[in-house]
Design a protein around this ligand. Sequence first.
Ligand SMILES: Nc1nc2c(ncn2[C@@H]2O[C@H](COP(=O)(O)OP(=O)(O)OP(=O)(O)O)[C@@H](O)[C@H]2O)c(=O)[nH]1
Ligand SMILES: [Mg+2]
Length: 561
Amino acid sequence: MVLGRSLQNNKQEKNFKPANRTFGGSGASNGRLASKSKGNGRSKKVQTGGNRTTGASHPSQSKVTKQGVFGKRSFKSKINGESNGYVTKGNSCSKPSNSDKKRKRTYADQPPDEERVSNDNVGFPARRFSSRIVKNKLNDHYHEEKRTTKGNSSGFGDLSRKGSLAGRGKSRESELAGKKTSIAKVKAVDKLKDVEVEGFRNDKLKKIAKSKSDVTKQMEQNHGKHAVGSPERPSKKKVQYKKNITDDSEVMDEKPKKKKRRIRLDPHDTSNKRLDDAAAINNQVKKKKEDDSKTCVLELSRNAQFRAIIPSPSILSFVEDNLLGRRREIEFRRAGYNTELSAPLDNIPYSSSSERERIEETVFRNKLTFYAAAKISSSFPPELPEIAFAGRSNVGKSSLLNALTRQWGVVRTSDKPGLTQTINFFKLGPKLSLVDLPGYGFAYAKEDVKEAWEELVKEYVSTRVGLKRVCLLVDTKWGMKPRDHELIDLMERSQTKYQIVLTKTDMVFPIDVARRSMQIEENLKEKKSAVQPVMMVSSKSGAGIRSLRTVLAKIARIVKP
Ligand SMILES: Nc1nc2c(ncn2[C@@H]2O[C@H](COP(=O)(O)OP(=O)(O)OP(=O)(O)O)[C@@H](O)[C@H]2O)c(=O)[nH]1
Ligand SMILES: [Mg+2]
């Protein structure tokens, strides 16, 4: 029985697989294929498929099953060359449960892989399985033939017994013929399998190639020339990569764009001027640095020259006696000055309050009153003996007027350069006028306005007959500037007497006050209109104010109203 079943199985494989491939278009073949491929565990489907498609063959199957001769039935089928599957189908139809059990037993002897391959009816798996199946079948046939030729019926099963019943002579010949035909069928099956496998493979490969070509076409459409890989030989990795990328095309769009970024310089493009501008700017910066270094050398040399100045003993003694320069408060106190008063050094030390507030020069005891302002020369007031205060903006002209008269607030002052924009005339008693001039140089004003101020100042100092002296104020820290020299030259030409007054002496060291004074005296030695000595004052501390007052009071005494 075992052999018979194995033969039956072999025949099933031999018969249905070629039937499936050779008659693939017919519904009957499909039914056969379905019935045989689905095998043991799917007997119901086998029944239905077989019954529907091959209704004509069923009566014979039913007859065979009614006979109940399983081995004979299979043997007949072998001889006739008919598909044995119908017999099994009929058998399984009548007794599905028993057939399942029987099949389970028979298939348990076979390797599971073979069974799966044959049942799945895939055809694509490797030849290994088909070759194994063929080998097994050939072995079975070989053993069967051996047994039949020897006439050994012991353990041969129902096949040999039923063959002996039908007549041994004829049965042997028929068996041999049937075996030959079965072997030929097996070979044909193998060939067909190979053909089918190759065809299936070719189909699969064609499909893959087609899908790859589609993907590459999409890639080319998306990215133009930057499509990755060639469509002729796409590798598996590339295909996967392309598939992933086509899903997320944005990621792919970014990568090639980075490659596109190239700076192309067009000489006719004006936008490229930026590069030239940058080069020009670099050159300018280099030149500026060189100029700065030169000026730094000059400045250093100037500073070195300034520090090399050895002030005269008279100047040094004057600076020390008047406590000029930056001093600590304790020094004022030790010298007897009351630091709680404004401009304390303008007071007499170690004196009573009345004496402290007394101004030695009577002229400066007069009330300071504003009486005229002029933006143009025609607006100048009637002439009086005048003392004018000129100098750069923010040098401390207005503050000095307040300090000389001790009348704080009469003349407006400000930290912002350019506050005084007109020529302001102040009467100091009946005989003398003090004139506050607008500053020149840096100021928060328009250029044309500043030029107008300068022209007005120049006109005033060069044309004003009652002008007895011009106090040219110079910041002690910075010294004389070109504009100061311009005004000096102008006053030299107009023979206007001028005297240099160093301001803000409290901002620098005493020695530097002396040096600056000495430096300016040396520069003005040859100036005819320059009045010596250089005065040194501080409106804040009051240092040197009394000395300046004394000098200016002499002018007032000399001048005739
Ligand atoms: N430390 C110090 N500051 C001073 C002195 N004199 C004036 N100042 C300050 O310098 C600033 C300018 O003073 P101004 O008197 O307004 O100068 P200005 O020359 O009249 O300025 P313009 O009117 O713009 O030409 C003010 O903030 C004063 O407080 C001084 O002797 N010492
Ligand atoms: Mg002023």
